[in-house]
Write a protein that binds this ligand. Structure first.
Ligand code: ADP
Length: 475
């Protein structure tokens, strides 16, 4: 087996705030058949240390950015892990990135520089006989690792920087340069400087051997000023090194045939029962139109403010909305208000994995009106569970949903509805299309059936990652 280290700040089933965790959790299993053995390096948040046990200390660092660090090797949840125990950085209440009040931890640059530093040490020194040929870094939290490694000279492993969301740069004041152990000569436009600040993401983008993102369309979009978030110039220079590899979903965890949320899905009666149960759970009455769901972080990116404006187009025609999400306080309040105003709208503010399964099981449609979407996972759950995706024409949503154009309908290949641009007017049009297609039961059933036949697992993409690992590997 060949060896690779995956460096991430979150990983299913141990800690998750978004799609990155799903990908990090799935990659080791997905790549094993190609002969690549992955170990995953994670920060030792209290919840992780509690869940995985003590394992064995395999590396120590007396001065890991302000305190001692211990690297524990442990197997948990079917994953081979390195967990970085460093109480001064990770032993605190709150989320991985935010305190209990929802603000960034002020020492985030240092917390994740430490993770990246240990990744570089594992890459350069190996752990016992285990020395990776590839270090695969996910998002800004791992962004300094390729830079640290590139400063370590010969004998380093190959490096890959994967962008799961270009919106998060991991910025730090320039004054922290020395504390973050960054070389002064590389603070500049060609290096890790971003408009006078330090950017962990940019460090990874300039220093890694190869770059990836999570869909082919987002890879193209990142080369434009509209989506590149200030990194588009750099990415245009490195376009040859950038590839878009589509995310898959865990088809074992998301399997309508075995999911208790949707027993007997194979018969339409199963979906009907799940829908009735979902309506009851959300306190929604019977209605003629489609039952639509949203399962999402509530943030500007997800375009849900536009959904609030477009809601009348859905509910006035008998459509309904059940939303599960949390995040932006103003959006949470706006959805609560919409639920009070419309009997056909019901909202749960929070994060609830089990409920999300019951929602996909019972839904007719899933709405994803994102302004940008690197890949998106909920439209994939929707495809697999017969919840027709209604999505914005952007990023990974372009690559995963076949829009119901007249020709695609006639040819019997459509799987969902796409709209563009992300405005209330365009979304209202898409919602009206959804209602009218729903009211032609034969067509709706075809959309559902087509979606359920799509390959949404890792079978297609895992070999692409494996090929990339083969290319960058340095034994
Ligand atoms: P992002 O990573 O930008 O948040 P993705 O669609 O890639 O978006 O991944 C989001 C993941 O988090 C999906 O697995 C989705 O089901 C899950 N998720 C988001 N919000 C919630 C919630 N409130 N409750 C349960 N699961 C959620």
């Amino acid at each position: 087996m060949r060896k690779a280290l995956s460096v991430t700040s979150e990983c299913v089933p141990l800690i998750k705030t978004g799609g990155l965790a799903d990908v990090a959790g799935a990659l080791p299993g997905a790549l094993a058949p190609s002969g690549w053995h992955l170990r995953t390096l994670l920060p030792g948040y209290p919840s992780i240390l509690k869940a995985v046990g003590k394992g064995k200390v395999v590396m120590e660092d007396a001065d890991l950015f302000g305190g001692p660090g211990k690297l524990r090797s442990v197997t948990a949840a079917g994953l081979k892990l390195f967990v970085l125990e460093a109480p001064h950085l990770y032993d605190r209440e709150g989320g991985p990135y935010l305190d209990a009040a929802g603000k960034d931890w002020p020492d985030n640059p240092r917390r994740f520089a430490a993770l990246s530093w240990m990744a570089a040490r594992i890459g350069a020194e190996g752990v016992g006989t285990w020395k990776p040929e590839v270090v695969h870094c996910h998002d800004w939290q791992a962004g300094f690792a390729p830079l640290y490694l590139s400063e370590m000279g010969e004998g380093r492993p190959g490096t890959i920087m994967s962008v799961h969301n270009m919106a998060f740069h991991g910025l730090a004041p320039a004054a922290e340069r020395a504390a973050l152990r960054l070389p002064a000569r590389r603070f500049g436009q060609d290096g890790y400087e971003f408009w006078g600040k330090i950017s962990a993401l940019k460090a990874g983008l300039v220093a890694a051997d190869r770059l990836t993102t999570v869909s082919p369309s987002y890879a193209r979009e990142l080369l434009t000023p509209e989506f590149g978030m200030g990194m588009d110039g750099l990415l245009r220079q490195r376009a040859q090194d950038l590839s878009g590899i589509l995310n898959g979903i865990d088809t074992g965890a998301w399997d309508p045939a075995t999911d208790p949320a949707i027993a007997n899905f194979k018969s339409p009666a199963g979906k009907k029962r799940a829908k009735a149960a979902l309506r009851e759970e959300f306190g929604l009455p019977e209605a003629d139109g489609p039952l639509c769901i949203v399962v999402s972080r509530l943030s500007e990116q997800k375009g849900l403010d536009v959904l609030i404006e477009a809601l009348p187009a859905l509910v006035d025609q008998g459509g309904q909305l059940a939303l599960l999400g949390s995040g932006d306080r103003a959006l949470e309040a706006a959805f609560r208000k919409a639920a009070e105003a419309h009997p056909y709208v019901s909202v749960r503010i929070g994060y609830d994995e089990d409920l999300s399964h019951r929602m996909f099981a019972g839904a007719d449609a899933v709405l994803v009106p994102s302004r940008f979407e690197p890949c998106g996972l909920t439209q994939l759950y929707g495809l697999r569970y017969g919840a027709v995706p209604v999505v914005a024409h952007t990023g990974g949503l372009i690559d995963t949903v076949i829009p119901a154009s007249p020709m695609a309908l006639r040819s019997g290949i459509a799987t969902g509805i796409q709209f563009h641009p992300v405005t209330s007017h365009a979304l209202a049009g898409a919602l009206m299309d959804a209602v009218s297609l729903y009211k032609s039961p034969g067509i709706w059933a075809m959309l559902q059936k087509n979606g359920m036949k799509q390959a949404v697992g890792w079978e297609a993409s895992a070999p692409d990652y494996a090929a990339l690992y083969d290319e960058v590997a340095r034994p």
